[in-house]
Design a protein around this ligand. Structure first.
Ligand code: FES
Ligand code: FES
Length: 177
C-alpha cells in the first residue's frame, strides 16, 4: 500500500481493520467472487484485484471519464463507484469489448478515424460511446457531443472522436432513432 493510498483511506484490497464483504459479480463474462473492504472502489477492484488495467485513473473525482466502465450496460465512473454496489452485476471493461480477435465496431471506428493519440482516454471513450449507441443506435452529432461531455481528452480535440462514434453508429445494426 502506498502512502498516498493510506492517506486516501484506500487499501487496494485488504481491510486494515479486518472488516470485509463477500461479493460476486460478472466481469467481462467471467464470474468472480471476492472478499473486499467496504470502501474499495470498482476501479481498484478491477485494476488491483483483477489486473484489468484498461480503465485508467486520472482525476479520481468523477470528472474526466478515463475510468469509465459499464455496469449492467450503463456507463459509470469506476473511480467513485463502490465495488460492493456492483455485487451481482455484469461489468464490462475495455478488455471485454472485442469479440475474440475481432474488434468491436466502435474500436475499429476509432482506428479508422484516427480518434486517439496517446490513447489514455480511449478505453473510457469507447465504453461511454458503447453505452450511448446501445441506447441510441443512430444519434445525432449534437447528441454524441452532449453524451460524451463527461469524457475528457487532452490530445485529439474531439472532432475525430465524434466522427468515429458517428461512423460506428452507421455500422452498428439497429433501428434509426
Ligand atoms: S478517474 Fe474517474 S472520472 Fe476521472
Ligand atoms: S488520446 Fe490522449 S488523452 Fe485522449
Amino acid at each position: 500500500m502506498s502512502s498516498e493510498d493510506r492517506k486516501n483511506g484506500r487499501d487496494n484490497g485488504h481491510s486494515p481493520d479486518g472488516i470485509g464483504i463477500s461479493i460476486g459479480l460478472t466481469v467481462n463474462g467471467r464470474r468472480v467472487s471476492l472478499d473486499i473492504p467496504p470502501q474499495l472502489t470498482l476501479l481498484d477492484l478491477l485494476r488491483d484485484r483483477l489486473s484489468l488495467k484498461g480503465a485508467k485513473r486520472s482525476c479520481d473525482l468523477q470528472v474526466c471519464g478515463t475510468c469509465t466502465v459499464l455496469v449492467n450496460g450503463k456507463a459509470v465512473s469506476a473511480c467513485t463507484y463502490l465495488a460492493y454496489e456492483a455485487r451481482g452485476a455484469e461489468v464490462l471493461t475495455i478488455e471485454g469489448v472485442a469479440d475474440g480477435n475481432r474488434l468491436h465496431p466502435i474500436q475499429q471506428a476509432f482506428i479508422d478515424n484516427g480518434a486517439f493519440q496517446c490513447g489514455f482516454c480511449t478505453p473510457g471513450m469507447i465504453l461511454a460511446a458503447k453505452s450511448l449507441l446501445d441506447e441510441v443506435p443512430r444519434p445525432s452529432e449534437e447528441k454524441v457531443k452532449e453524451y460524451m461531455q463527461g469524457n475528457i481528452c487532452r490530445c485529439t480535440g474531439y472532432r475525430k472522436i465524434v466522427e468515429a462514434i458517428l461512423d460506428a453508429a452507421g455500422k452498428t445494426v439497429g433501428p434509426t432513432g
